[in-house]
Write a protein that binds this ligand. Sequence first.
Ligand SMILES: [Zn+2]
Ligand SMILES: [Zn+2]
Length: 338
Amino acid sequence: MVSAKKIAAKAPPDRIEQVKYLLRSGEGARALPLVCDRWVLLILRDAFLGARRFEDFRRLTGAARGTLADRLTTLIDAGVLYRGSTTDTPTRFEYRLTDKGMGFYPIALALWNWESRWAGEFGLPPRLVHRECGKILRPILVCAHCNRPVDPREMSFEPGPGARIYAAKYNQERRRRDNPDTGSGVDTTMFHSVDILGDRWSALVLTTLFFGLHRYDSIGEAMGIATNILADRLRRLLAAGVIEQRLYQERPPRFEYYLTPKGWDLYPATIAIHDWAATWIPSPAGPGLKLRHKPCGHGWRGRMICDKCGTAVDPHCVGLKPSANWLATRKGRKSRQA
Ligand SMILES: [Zn+2]
Ligand SMILES: [Zn+2]
């Protein structure tokens, strides 16, 4: 048996320092304050499914009115949504996706993919149909240069010119944990991924693991996070089954944290968030995090394709194959089985 000590040594200080910078100045850092929020993710889910009106967003997400109004304003200020009056009733407003909001689609698809594989108690999302080929769609994030599906083992990263210049600051304050509303009319599909990525500390812990840190102290140091918050997020991620503990020292017991296959399966979604930020929130100093695709040697640029016909997937060519239950929820009716 390999001794526990040999499994992984403590990350060298310069490695921790590098991850520290990447967490603060990488493209994801610019997206995180906006994207890694439970309500923002749910609003975007519903916008892609055709919701336009305040009351529909409120019912489908289960958000309180004040919370919803706050997030809609945030998304308008960020240029992701715009507000216009409806054609039939000029005094009523509609919220629609801008191009920047439409650019979020690969992230939504990556999360949809993850839910289709790992959906928890909240249920499977409806199946998607690719209109181009007429087949059930499972979108795949591939390299735009060589078309190979993204694989964490085939990606290398290094700080770009934007690193060390732009540094996002995160509040240490603990955000109130909104208990998910699962009452009548709330669409609970995607809640599992939203529970994980809709919390910015959890998203940062996962990113730190993607960057290859494993020990409590290294993760905490790179994130600059209060120990109670880190312990809480590690507990939540363990409970969600996206990370696991491995004993590396017996007396006293010390653990390292590793992503499970379920956790690694969130990699395409985090890369899609990186890609979105690189395009829509570019740093004036150049990229903070340079990703390279090892098989083709190009700088990483991703695109979503259909697994059946291989063509690019955009919001206009995707239909839904929903269950009767899910449709009833979306339309605000009690389902017959309920
Ligand atoms: Zn490639
Ligand atoms: Zn297709």
